[in-house]
Design a protein around this ligand. Structure first.
Ligand SMILES: Nc1ncnc2c1ncn2[C@@H]1O[C@H](COP(=O)(O)OP(=O)(O)OP(=O)(O)O)[C@@H](O)[C@H]1O
Ligand SMILES: [Mg+2]
Length: 219
């Protein structure tokens, strides 16, 4: 954790100092480049801090939901567009049979989708297709499946990756950044909606399907 938090700070300090020193001397393009990196690292820091705050809220039982009618199909389309814009080597596809409305906290469900889609991209380092299916189950629950053709999850890690700060030890995984909080937070959000989030299937070297369900007759 310390390393994950320090790296962006070090980078922020370094590039801010360089930009300051360079103003006047550096070309405009070089100063601009430094500010772009500063902006990206600050955004990353902000994300890390909000994940850490969410963990504190979850531990205290203080994760509040503000539910409204949300169309999961439309929301998924929007999140796919955002992730696609920063993932030129991946093709993200949406499969849906129409609208999929449910009572949900829009920002929190967006957080689930963002983490699952970012994971699908991050753990498919060779690129490829990510397929997201949104549908309705018997009983009325809305279900989302995110399929990637990436590195997969070792059988021994299937349960552990849902715990706080836990990341898989498999090959090809060490280089990817992250705190190991995304799945822990995402599962908690789904459970608080009366739903669930799980690893549906995975094969090392072939890819994974992560799924979640919100609402339904038990919610
Ligand atoms: N689609 C996937 N394919 C293969 N492994 C995955 C996938 N999604 C998650 N994992 C494994 O589960 C671990 C935990 O995922 P999680 O989203 O909680 O953390 P992270 O992505 O590493 O970091 P963070 O989400 O906090 O930025 C990952 O580090 C990775 O080892
Ligand atoms: Mg993640």
């Amino acid at each position: 954790v310390a390393h994950e938090l320090r790296t962006p700070i070090t980078s922020l300090q370094g590039f801010a100092a360089a930009a300051l020193a360079g103003i006047g001397g550096f070309s405009e393009a070089r100063v601009r480049r430094a500010f772009e990196i500063i902006e990206r690292q600050a955004r990353r820091m902000g994300g890390l801090v909000s994940d850490l705050l969410d963990v504190t809220r979850i531990e205290r039982g203080q994760l509040e939901l503000r539910c409204e009618w949300v169309d999961l199909a439309a929301l998924t389309r929007e999140v796919i567009e955002r992730v696609s814009a920063t993932s030129p080597r991946h093709r993200l596809e949406l499969e849906t049979t129409g609208e999929a409305e449910c009572q949900a906290d829009l920002a929190r469900v967006e957080q689930i989708l963002l983490n699952l889609l970012q994971n699908a991209v991050k753990f498919s380092p060779a690129g490829g297709v990510v397929t997201v299916r949104v549908g309705r189950e018997q009983g009325g629950a809305v279900r989302v499946d995110v399929r990637d053709r990436g590195v997969g999850v070792l059988p021994a890690d299937r349960a552990r990756i849902f715990e706080r700060f836990q990341r898989s030890s498999g090959p090809d995984q060490g280089a990817e950044p992250g705190l190991g909080l995304g799945l822990y937070i995402a599962r908690e959000i789904a459970v608080r909606h009366g739903g669930a989030l799980w690893l549906d299937e995975s094969e090392v070297g072939r890819g994974s399907v992560f799924s979640f369900r919100l609402g339904g007759e038990t919610a």
